[in-house]
Design a protein around this ligand. Structure first.
Ligand code: SF4
Length: 338
């Protein structure tokens, strides 16, 4: 089994390189190549031919195979379909904003959280992604787009807190000043609400932004669409968020997909503002993107605007999010396997 060097930090890479009988400084050269998006040892032209050949025998720097690219006709969003080494597939989305380029990565192949509005979880969990597989999505998206990446959102397929150790390793790698050097403040991790992990995350990565997929202001409704709510009901979730805010001083983003006739009335907005009152937070309203299998519909613009205004009136900052890439099913909840 070849070692994937993208999984390693500089210290680990130095150990690996000296273990195969090479000089330590080679590790830094290789590390730089990996961070600049090299997909093969062949590209590492400042290494000797012999060393490149030797590395090829025992290691790899790229495990993803690009199967398909879809580009939105209405904006610069691109969706990539990658095959993993074991044949599972994942999706990654590149988005262009005024403030920079952002990549939305998957943290698992499939997902076991079973949210009913989401295409990603339909086939269940296949497996966790390694830190390298997460990092490679960023590197490949950057290479394909020919652009530098400024922001990362861990909001694609999978529940990141269900794969916490690999997520943590990925965050450390991508933040490494010797590597891509992406500021923690430019990274957002989104969870469906695995309560015990919220305080751990706040402790381990207080600078990384936290987003919570809330989607409903009451247990009966939330449990119907998000099974995680049966284990961690709203009261517990909000309490953990308040605690997180007290300890980190960071603002939490609550994601709220507006579903026509389900959670988009003014009384839902009132209940939501009661829940979040006094918390340092922001609500992202996302008119639901149609997913064929779910039979649910997005709220119209006017109703979404009324909902937003009601939250603002009650002192909760809220925006209606501009959805990128909806025409290529690259928007939230539309990613799927294969
Ligand atoms: S919304 Fe997120 S947590 Fe829920 S099933 Fe989809 S990928 Fe999993």
């Amino acid at each position: 089994m070849k070692k994937n060097l993208t999984n390693m930090n500089l210290n680990e890479l130095e150990r690996f390189i000296t273990d195969i009988g090479e000089q330590k400084f080679r590790a830094r050269q290789i590390y730089k190549w990996i961070s600049s998006g090299a997909e093969s040892f062949e590209e590492m032209t400042d290494l000797s031919k012999e060393l490149r050949h030797k590395l090829q025998e025992v290691a790899t720097v790229c495990s993803l195979e690009l199967l398909k690219v879809q580009e939105s006709a209405s904006d610069h969003t691109r969706k990539f379909l990658f095959a993993l080494e074991d044949g599972n597939t994942i999706e990654t989305v590149f988005m262009k904003y005024k403030y920079g380029n952002s990549v939305c990565i998957s943290s698992q192949a499939g997902c076991r959280m079973g949210c009913t509005f989401c295409a990603s979880g339909i086939g269940g969990l296949k497996r966790n992604l390694t830190a390298a597989e997460m990092l490679e999505q960023v590197l490949a998206a950057s290479r394909q787009a020919g652009e530098k990446i400024n922001h990362i959102v861990v909001m694609g397929t999978g529940e990141p807190f269900d794969n916490y150790l690999n997520l943590a390793q990925f965050l450390e790698l991508i933040h490494d000043p010797e590597g891509l050097n992406i500021s923690y403040r430019n990274i957002t991790v989104s969870t469906c609400g695995i309560v015990p992990m919220i305080s751990r995350f706040g402790h381990d990565f207080p600078q990384v932004n936290l987003a919570i997929s809330l989607h409903a202001p009451e247990d009966s409704l939330r449990s119907r669409t998000m099974p995680v709510n049966r284990s961690y009901p709203i009261d517990q979730l909000i309490q953990a968020c308040r605690e997180y805010g007290r300890k980190t001083g960071r603002r939490i983003t609550f994601e709220y997909a507006l579903v026509k006739g389900v959670n988009d009335s003014l009384s839902h907005a009132d209940r939501l503002s009661d829940l979040l009152r006094g918390m340092l937070c922001h609500v992202n309203l996302i008119p639901l993107n149609e997913v064929r299998e779910t039979g649910l519909h997005g709220t119209d613009r006017e109703t979404a605007e009324r909902f937003r205004a009601q939250l603002e009136k009650r002192g909760i900052p809220a925006t209606i999010r501009r959805e990128l890439g909806a025409d290529i099913s690259a928007a939230c909840g539309q990613l799927r396997l294969g």
